[in-house]
Design a protein around this ligand. Structure first.
Ligand SMILES: NC(=O)c1ccc[n+]([C@@H]2O[C@H](COP(=O)([O-])OP(=O)(O)OC[C@H]3O[C@@H](n4cnc5c(N)ncnc54)[C@H](OP(=O)(O)O)[C@@H]3O)[C@@H](O)[C@H]2O)c1
Length: 238
């Protein structure tokens, strides 16, 4: 049975990805950040043998290492890691004349850009033993410098652009070691970024997950090319 770790699985896209993978026969370790949110418990009742909930805060190296140790006690290998956890906030929309929030920029950088790098580092020993060696990253069109038209959203856009660069460094190092990469923009998802569910967005999390999982799990023609691909299969400029 194939094994995967998904970060930020409490709700939104990460929860949708977790449900989809379970329905497709994967053994899923799901990262819990929000102890007060119970959607994952409902999934655990449906999939008691194949879902394990693991607390993880990707902004903390200690927490990521504890999650790795908990998973290593249950399985010797992982086939795939999905770096999904991410944050945004509405004060992001402040322009340069509207008192941008530098504390927020630090926090988003720590979670969105450094979080996935921390997680890859901690989980490499388990991934090294897997046959698939697949590293998936939920990035965003907001991290594309080439396509950017925003005049604000400093924290979110800059954190995702930095993530993309981090992924490129990992690709240069780990692709020759047999790793394969998926860098993904999931579309505009009815998720909880910013604190409350965004019902005006395009895609329910489970529908967004149905687009994402085939891209994450299937082979690609050119594994030696790193590309930012969206839910409709379109390639975005870096
Ligand atoms: N929604 C969109 O339209 C959209 C578009 C492009 C890309 N994305 C990306 O998609 C990914 C999933 O986001 P989403 O839209 O599903 O948002 P979401 O509903 O907020 O889900 C993200 C989950 O990650 C959790 N999380 C926050 N900080 C974390 C940390 N330090 N460690 C571990 N988990 C943490 C969140 O908890 P809290 O709710 O407590 O923060 C939440 O449960 C993110 O990387 C996001 O940037 C989303």
């Amino acid at each position: 049975m194939k094994t995967v770790f998904v970060t930020g699985a409490d709700r939104g896209l990460g929860h949708g990805l977790t449900g989809n993978l379970l329905e497709n026969g994967w053994r899923v370790f799901a990262g819990r950040y929000m102890s007060e949110w119970h959607e994952l418990d409902e999934l655990a009742e449906r999939f008691p043998d194949t879902l394990t909930i693991v607390p993880v805060d990707v902004a903390s190296a200690e927490s990521v290492a504890s999650a790795r140790d908990a998973i290593a006690a249950a399985t010797p290998r992982l086939e795939m890691l999905i770096n999904n956890a991410g944050v945004s906030t509405w004060t992001n929309s402040r322009t340069i004349r509207e008192n941008p929030d530098y504390d927020e920029m630090h926090r988003l950088y720590d979670v969105n850009a450094l979080g996935p790098v921390r997680t890859v580092e901690a989980f490499l020993p388990l991934l090294d033993r897997g046959s698939m060696k697949r590293l998936c990253f939920v990035s965003s069109e907001a991290g594309s410098i080439g396509a950017s038209q925003r005049n604000a959203w400093f924290a979110y856009c800059m954190s995702k652009a930095a993530l993309n660069m981090g992924i490129k460094n990992l690709f240069n190092d780990l692709r020759p070691q047999g790793y394969t990469f998926r860098v993904y923009h999931p579309g505009w998802v009815r998720s909880y970024m910013g604190g409350k569910k965004n019902d005006t967005a395009d895609l329910e999390p489970k529908d967004a997950a149905a687009y994402a999982i085939p891209f994450f799990t299937a082979p690609r023609d050119d594994e030696d090319k790193l590309a930012l691909i969206d839910y409709l299969g379109r390639e975005w400029p870096w």
